[in-house]
Design a protein around this ligand. Structure first.
Ligand code: NAP
Length: 314
């Protein structure tokens, strides 16, 4: 869109998957110029320009979008759609950016954080962004249910489930389980989180009760990134129980013990990009464009609710 609210911006998009295709579409629609690298196997929207290397894409870019899984300490960019992996983002590459350029990425490395501290770039780590995490909890929870249905011989309806952790993902998942007719036990260490779970109609419990209820669980979902499901809990579960660990690697379940005990237990990382890349991409697009609009002083851009919600006109 010529003359759109982001028409003064060139955004470099490095690596990523189908989610970023939705972001590119949105950026182009708002008038931004988009240059991509490491996405040759993806059908990017018409209007985006492809660069052979990250360095070329960064040349005179005012903003950079990296993938949700992030950039490794060695500068390697997660790029499953690159024709010639690996894709690297190095110090000399970053030196090509416009001064004060904004870098948005799921998880940054120490070099990017150092550049931010020096004031050379602005940095948004989307994995820490509350808005992003709450929105992402929707495809994550749906993906967890999909896995649960595939792995269990039981219906969710009429089952007993426990959700460990009442944070952003846990709350959304508990809501979906209850909506499908599962008796939902909500475990949280904070009394206020248990109160919230109670108010939403779940059965709140402290973690000290997990061992006592394990023998009644058909589904155990973990969202706590700490070792909370050990051998004793796993041994107490019914044989047909399914354990799904959503927490970031290495998760919170003792998988070696689960294998010893013959339990069905899976670590399920990256569900939004796997189960609903287009929806997850649209949510990501809203968050990214809002950050870019704030960065460039444009109001009213990136308010995802006005696009997703149809009841509110932008
Ligand atoms: P969150 O909002 O921070 O929720 C995490 C919950 O775990 C909080 O309620 C926290 O309680 C609790 N917790 C942390 N350490 C604990 C401990 N030692 N004992 C008991 N409770 C503890 O995070 P989130 O956004 O829901 O994400 C949860 C996890 O899922 C993260 O590891 C995230 O990276 C991952 N994730 C995975 C996917 C996927 O596709 N699998 C998608 C999104 C997120 P307190 O407030 O008391 O600390």
């Amino acid at each position: 869109m010529a003359g759109g609210p982001l028409s003064h911006l060139t955004v470099a998009v490095l690596g990523g998957d189908r989610r970023e295709a939705e972001v590119i579409r949105e950026l182009l629609g708002l008038g931004a110029a988009v240059v991509t690298a490491g996405r040759e196997l993806a059908p990017d929207p018409e209007g985006a320009r492809r660069a052979a290397l990250a360095a070329e894409a960064l040349q005179s870019a005012a903003a950079v979008l990296g993938p949700m899984p992030g950039v490794g300490e060695d500068g390697r960019v997660w790029a499953p759609m690159a024709a010639r992996p690996p894709l690297y983002l190095t110090g000399p590459d970053l030196a090509r950016l416009e001064p004060g350029a904004l870098v948005l990425v799921g998880r940054a490395n120490a070099h990017l954080r150092g550049l931010e501290r020096e004031g050379a770039i602005g940095l948004v780590e989307l994995a820490d962004d509350d808005e992003m995490a709450i929105l992402n909890s929707v495809p994550t929870a749906e993906g967890a249910l999909q896995l649960a249905m595939e792995l269990s011989p039981l219906t969710i309806h009429g089952s007993t489930s426990a959700v460990l952790g009442m944070g952003r993902t846990g709350l959304t998942l508990a809501r979906l389980l209850a909506a499908l007719g599962s008796r939902t036990l909500a475990l949280a260490r904070k009394a206020a989180d248990r109160a919230r779970a109670f108010a939403l109609g779940h059965e709140p419990l402290p973690f000290s009760q997990l061992a006592a209820i394990a023998g009644r669980l058909d589904f155990l979902f973990n969202t706590v990134p700490a070792p909370v499901v050990g051998r004793g809990i796993l041994a107490s579960l019914p044989d047909a129980a399914v354990v799904i660990d959503l927490a970031s690697a290495p998760g919170g379940v003792d998988f070696a013990a689960a294998t010893d005990l013959g339990r069905t237990a899976v670590l399920a990382p990256g569900l939004p990009g796997k189960v609903a890349p287009v929806s997850a991409g649209r949510l990501l697009a809203g968050v990214v464009t809002r950050h870019l609009a704030e960065y460039s002083g444009e109001g009213g851009v990136g308010e995802w609710s006005s696009r997703e919600g149809a009841l509110v006109s932008p």
